[in-house]
Design a protein around this ligand. Structure first.
Ligand code: GLC
Ligand code: CA
Length: 547
């Protein structure tokens, strides 16, 4: 049975997690060595981002061989040991399946490039003149989504980097190849899968220009996406495993279908609407203060509509593509601790399966890079050029990157206050954040009031209270944008969660009578339990109703 409702999942970006052999790059043995730390959090699964053979143009999301390990990260033996050692600790390993595209270094693509018809049909090759791409679609990493191959006089589609060619799922042979990848890893003892941008796999029959956008409306939650998923899941018999789809610009209606158990598609979805409330007009590269009213509304809609229609959410703030949440919606300074704990509370008490991204449990912050030479990410480097071309000054472009770059989440995990934050004995592939002396796992492990120990307590609450893991949700005080308050309940248990997103005192519009409530967890000392009316800066509190 899928036990995802009672589970918490820990995400690892291996390149930045722990370097076991001193070459400055995190590796699989590094994960094995830190399993006891991960176990101490109380999590049930580890999702690792890809460590397969790859030229690493997009840090492993450009897979050149799904069945072999990138030597930079280790060997198949290391992966087998990781699975076995995790298993001993009752932790399941989930792998990241990048099935929307392959690297152009994959042998399928190489054969396609040499003109092999069978393999050309694994991708989208379209006829055309060298100066006119088949459509005006844009790559998610900037520039055209098409690349011309002069020897073939054809263009191929790449929704991401030019080295990530989109696979043609309309071709049954492609679907069979991908099923074999799943079977291979299942056989090895993998317990679950994360499917990368999986709602983009179904492209339309006809490719046409998008007069109103970048093309995404033609392939997002595309025509056959549900059929393809059903087939993949049924034919590989993974319906009882934990599966999560990463859904780009999706809708609630589609996520209900992806996750309603009777549809037999996936356990849950990542959606990103709540992480765009600080995008100006939906544009990631234009800064705006987070709109808390919109955030509040989005959580309300997704939580209640998924609940009412048998859907299931992945709930999260952070991953390897997102800036650090404490820098983004909290306060890195005076209220660093309080705000990091408040943000964690909001997610972990919600209806859904919570994800913790490495270092989030320490309150790790954005990178604070101030020079373009410090950045590594292909998207950041592309957009830096685009922003300058658009007329932004170097300072403006760097300011935008410092808030939006994916490298903010990819700086080395801060293990201790020693050299390179204890991540490696050698200089890491990307710079360590300069606050590692105060923000690190060793320090926080020894401090009862740390963010780390607060995460442990939150994760334990989900195990202890059925109202949190499998209860219903209803929101309280919706008129108060900076206050997020909701009840979680079953027939015989009720939990109330109140969180203040503002860095100042706020009044609860509906004063909550605290008589009859017991505090389960809070990020402040709570003394007066008569009536909760005034909420302090970034305060959060989890209460259990007593009979
Ligand atoms: C997903 C991954 C991201 C990657 C992209 C293309 O969004 O999370 O890191 O760049 O897909 O594979
Ligand atoms: Ca290494």
């Amino acid at each position: 049975m899928r036990d995802y409702k009672h589970s918490t999942i820990y995400q690892i970006y291996p390149k930045s997690f722990y370097d076991s052999n001193g070459d400055g790059i995190g590796d699989i043995r590094g994960i094995v060595e830190k399993l006891d730390y991960i176990k101490s959090l109380g999590v049930d699964y580890i999702w690792s981002t890809p460590f397969f053979v790859s030229p690493m143009n997009d840090n492993g999301y450009d897979v050149a061989d799904y069945l072999n390990i990138n030597p930079m990260f280790g060997s198949m033996k290391d992966v087998e040991e990781l699975i076995a050692e995790a298993d001993k600790r009752e932790i399941g390993i989930m792998l990241d399946m990048v099935f929307n595209h392959t690297s152009t270094e994959h042998e399928w693509f190489k054969k396609a490039l040499s003109g092999d018809k069978k393999y050309m049909d694994y991708y989208f090759f379209k006829d055309g003149e060298a100066d006119r791409p088949p459509t005006n679609w844009q790559s998610k990493f900037g520039g055209s989504a098409w690349e011309y191959v002069p020897t073939l006089k054809k263009w191929y589609l790449h929704l991401f980097d030019v080295s990530q060619a989109d696979l043609n799922w309309n071709n049954p042979a492609v679907r069979e190849e991908l099923k074999n990848v799943i079977r291979f890893w299942k056989e090895k003892g993998i317990k679950g899968f994360r499917f990368d941008v999986v709602n983009l796999i179904s492209k339309p029959e006809i490719f046409e220009d998008d007069n109103a956008g970048d093309g995404r409306r033609f392939y997002t939650d595309g025509p056959h996406v549900h059929d393809f998923l059903k087939e993949l899941v049924a034919d590989t018999q993974i319906e009882d495993m934990v599966t999560v789809g990463e859904m780009s610009s999706t809708t609630i209606e589609n996520c209900i279908r992806y996750t309603d158990p009777s549809e037999r598609e996936l356990s849950m979805c990542f959606n990103f609407h709540h992480l765009k409330v600080d995008y100006k007009d939906g544009n990631k590269w234009e800064l705006q203060k987070a709109d808390y009213a919109q955030l509040h509304r989005l959580f309300y809609e997704w939580q209640t509509r998924m609940q009412d229609n048998n859907g299931w959410n992945a709930v999260f703030w952070c991953n390897h593509d997102q800036p650090r949440i404490v820098s983004r919606m909290g306060d890195e300074g005076r209220y660093w601790k309080e705000s990091a704990k408040m943000l964690a509370t909001v997610i972990h008490a919600m209806r859904g399966t919570p994800y913790v991204f490495q270092g989030e449990e320490l309150g790790m912050t954005n990178a604070h890079f101030s020079d373009i030479s410090e950045y590594r990410d292909v998207e950041s480097l592309n957009y830096y050029k685009i922003l300058l071309d658009e007329g932004k000054s170097v300072d403006e472009a760097l300011k935008i990157l410092s808030e939006r770059s994916r490298d903010n989440s990819r700086t080395p995990m801060q293990w201790n206050g020693g050299a390179y934050a204890g991540f490696s004995k050698a200089e890491p592939w990307i710079g360590v954040s300069d606050n590692y002396e105060s923000i690190n796992a060793e320090e926080e492990d020894n401090d009862d009031s740390s963010i780390l120990n607060y995460y442990r307590a939150l994760i334990a609450l989900r195990k202890e209270y059925e109202a949190i893991s499998d209860g219903k949700i209803s929101f309280v005080d919706m008129g108060n944008p900076e206050i997020m308050a909701y009840r979680r309940y079953t027939d015989d248990q009720e939990i109330l969660v109140i969180a203040n997103f503002a860095g100042r005192d706020k009044k609860l519009m509906e004063a909550v009578l605290a008589e009859g409530y017991k505090v389960l967890l809070s990020n402040y000392e709570v003394s007066n339990m008569e009536k909760i009316f005034n909420i302090r800066p970034y305060e959060s509190i989890v209460l259990l109703k007593t009979p």
